[in-house]
Write a protein that binds this ligand. Structure first.
Ligand code: ADP
Length: 480
């Protein structure tokens, strides 16, 4: 049998473009699949500033009557996997990945329908076509739809099963129906059992209805999204697909996020020898312009690295912040997002310049230094499909304080490897923090918490094996 291959499609992947966890997944899953004997190619746009890769093909791509000569750059990923970057400057050579000034570009449907068509056309021209197509989030939601419509009788791609993965149900790619013809879809798709969604159409729904399997990034989230509280209007659609809905926890890149070889840390450390963590704490305090004397080093340091949006529990923090800043703890915060939450942290830093420090921006090295140097990591998300930072934290001996939702509930054991809020309330946040502070004051108890987290296996190999099982189930049902 020929070597099996998978074509992954999505809007961001490390190390080329990143706004969130999707990029981590699409950068790490292809190499992990490759290590399991699959041939893995991830296709994403070639955004402004990407210089990697060499041109491997050039041909015209048409999406909804919009035709552009398109260059395809190939760049190697680890372990023999590869990325293919779709170069259409008119669509992708822009200031932002999704938009400017927190407004998405108005031609988003075109930008990502084009990506989907380009990925499929590229795959169809290879010597060996993909065995499986694996589409991610709404930006690639039309890939499964195209395979069932435009490509249903295609000489090469006909019958290729697709898997659709939901990384975050809150982003649904909902647009006015007059976009349908402009993304190559007929009006027959504007139906409740197809892509219609409350009078408009949803690209996410396309992936959900037409993926052979639908996966999401933790078991708990797979259950939660079937309920009205977490379903964002999709719970009924997802319940209808319950038999084919699977939760697979993301892994983490355990080379990039490894305290024993992290180039951003002043001194490396590991479960066997945690002494370097103190240097990391001093370094992050200094980088934030906070004192790093004995008193500061003894004081619990709480870190946050996050998009500053309601999802991440910033509303809860807003309600609790006055109370929290009365405690003898310090905060180091890194993030971008809603202006009101940026202002909230800036104001807190102005009131407590010795104990609260915030950096607004996206900064990979600082994110590593916070994970390394903080004692605790705060992540009180309202919902959290998987969450990566709590896993990075555990790897770095930084004890997470998390909400009991989604991937946070699946990865953090309350009182064992971290602390889980009993409810989404300021009082529950305070209660969990108090328990963390009590443990912190007992060095042996604290060490046990740190080591419990550091010893967990969050490797991609484990996750990739689960994906392969799904790919194989999808292939078992195919006759070409
Ligand atoms: P989400 O994908 O919802 O944003 P995740 O926890 O799954 O949340 O992944 C977020 C990823 O983005 C992590 O790798 C995190 O370290 C990173 N990240 C988020 N904000 C920043 C920032 N301001 N600077 C650096 N890295 C960030």
């Amino acid at each position: 049998m020929a070597r099996r291959s998978v074509l992954l499609v999505g809007s961001e992947a490390q190390p080329f473009a990143k706004t969130g966890g999707l990029a981590d997944v699409l950068g790490a899953l292809p190499p992990a699949l490759q290590r399991l004997g699959w041939d893995a190619t991830v296709v994403l746009p070639r955004y402004r500033g990407v210089t990697a890769g060499t041109v491997v093909d050039t041909f015209p791509v048409t999406s909804g009557g919009f035709t552009r000569d398109t260059r395809f750059y190939e760049a190697p990923l680890a372990d023999g996997a590869r990325a293919v970057l779709v170069d259409c400057p008119e669509l992708y050579d822009r200031a932002g990945i999704y938009g400017a000034d927190s407004t998405d570009y108005p031609d988003s449907p075109r930008r990502f329908a084009f990506l989907s068509r380009a990925a499929l056309e590229f795959a169809a021209r290879r010597e060996t076509p993909p065995s499986i197509v694996h589409a991610h989030d709404w930006q690639a939601g039309l890939v499964p739809v195209y395979l069932r419509t435009l490509y249903a009788a295609h000489p090469v791609l006909r019958g290729t099963p697709s898997i659709f993965t939901i990384h975050n149900l809150a982003y649904q790619g909902v647009y006015e129906s007059d976009w349908l013809p402009r993304v190559d879809l007929g009006w027959d798709q504007f139906a409740p059992d197809r892509l219609e969604f409350y009078g408009r159409f949803s690209m996410l729904k396309g992936g959900i209805v037409d993926g052979r399997f639908v996966t999401t990034v933790s078991r708990r989230y797979a259950e939660e999204i079937q309920t009205p509280a977490f379903g964002f209007g999709f719970d009924g659609i997802l319940r209808a697909r319950r038999a084919d809905l699977v939760g697979i926890l993301n892994g983490i890149d355990d080379v990039e996020w490894d305290p024993a070889r992290d180039p951003f840390l002043p001194t490396r450390f590991s479960a066997a020898d945690l002494s370097g963590k103190r240097d990391a704490k001093a370094a992050v305090l200094q980088r934030y312009g906070l004192a790093a004397d004995e008193a500061a080093l003894a004081r619990p340091l709480v870190g946050m690295v996050s998009r500053m949006v309601d999802q991440k529990g910033f509303d809860l923090i807003a309600a609790a912040l006055d109370d929290l800043t009365r405690l003898d703890i310090a905060f180091v915060v890194l993030g971008t997002g809603e202006p009101r939450y940026q202002d909230m942290w800036r104001a807190a830093a102005a009131r407590h310049p010795d104990r609260v420090a915030v950096r607004i921006g996206f900064d990979e090295s600082l994110a590593h230094q916070i994970e390394g140097g903080a004692d605790m990591f705060l992540m009180p998300s309202r919902f959290e499909p998987c969450g990566l930072n709590q896993m990075y934290s555990m790897r770095y001996g930084t004890v997470p304080i998390v909400a009991g939702v989604g991937g946070l509930a699946d990865t953090v054991a309350d009182g064992v490897s971290g602390f889980v809020l009993a409810a989404h309330t300021p009082a529950a946040l305070r209660e969990a923090l108090d328990r963390a502070l009590a443990a912190f004051s007992d060095p042996a108890a604290w060490r046990a918490l740190q080591l419990a987290g550091m010893r967990q296996d969050f490797s991609w190999d484990r996750s990739a094996r689960e994906y392969v099982k799904i790919y194989e189930r999808a292939l078992a049902g195919v006759r070409r």
